[in-house]
Design a protein around this ligand. Sequence first.
Ligand code: FMN
Ligand code: FE2
Ligand code: FE2
Length: 385
Amino acid sequence: MIKITDTVRYIGVDDKTIDLFESQYTVPNGISYNSYVILDEKVCVMDTVDARFTDEWMENLLRELEGRSVDYLVISHMEPDHAASIDALCEKFPEMRLIGNEKTFKILGQFYEEDYSRRFVTVGEGDTLTLGAHTLSFYMAPMVHWPEVMVTYDSADKILFSADGFGKFGALDTEEDWACEARRYYFNIVGKYGAQVQALLKKAATLDIAIICPLHGPILSENLGYYIEKYDIWSSYRPEDEGVFVTCASIHGNTKKAALLLCDMLRERGVKVAFADICRDDMAEAVEDAFRYDRIVFCAASYDGGVFAPMADFLTHLKSKTFRERKAFIVENGSWGPTAARTIKNALAEMKDITVCDPVVTIRSSVKEDTVKALEELADVIANS
Ligand SMILES: Cc1cc2nc3c(=O)[nH]c(=O)nc-3n(C[C@H](O)[C@H](O)[C@H](O)COP(=O)(O)O)c2cc1C
Ligand SMILES: [Fe+2]
Ligand SMILES: [Fe+2]
């Protein structure tokens, strides 16, 4: 049992068996679906959990309730990892009311057969709900990262229930650096909605917050400035670190050899370097690192008159997360008519404020003396830009 305060308890669950979170993200340390209960004159549950964990979560809840019943369920987000056990809770507590906004209830009706409308309590920006000692205020956070998302502030214990904001991959029993997996989570799941996160941070700045209770990952109660600063950097698309992210998509290894050479050359020049083999390494980690550093290098083989598919895929991911405001460099390879650089440039032209810098290095099949020379020149330019 995790006691957040005397009257606010954690009732979430760890998922360590999921193959891919959202059918896309590897979660080597699992993920938690957080849920909370506030035990006041009225009892209020904050979100539910994924359908695979309804029973375990219900046990956690019933243990904390000690025979009491639930008066309210606050639904901050309708995505099924948090909203798939609403029906079970409604069944258990026939008098329980559902707290959400207009969009919440529209989406709820789409997910469930049963008509829950008699239970709806519709709230809007700044509305409050008093439970006794606790008064909850609701703040809309549209498109962080679904349209119905709202966060809840409890003025009694100064808790911000932040929905998916400040979430992190990794089950709660995982000991690991917060920023690494929170950043991967942020850019891949919320990354497109920086402006909306900025708006939410401005609202949060007006509240006196002592504890952040997100829907995934650890409850944050110390050094909150650190987490808020990270979110400010990420959501404003500012590079977090000065450095170069070298990416490569190589069929037979020649382009990869060049990419790794370039990494060495940059390190020799005192530049911080991160590297990803887009064909093998985690795509979500690559998306994260693209946003993290101020410069990026795309190294790729030409393929069927375009660029090797894993690199095209990476570019698609970057575009969908609104990758922007970075300096880009290109190393292409081709055996008869190199087309990778042109294809990469066209993809980057569809993004916002990506500056493609010269020189573009063209390898003809394998790394030779002239390639090494061209890479040295490129390393000089990257190091000085
Ligand atoms: C299916 C396939 C399609 C290719 N299409 C092109 C192409 O359109 N233009 C080109 O110059 N080379 C093309 N190539 C050749 C590779 O881009 C070239 O051999 C390059 O050296 C591969 O670098 P790597 O060793 O890093 O895989 C293609 C290779 C394969 C296997
Ligand atoms: Fe979500
Ligand atoms: Fe979530």
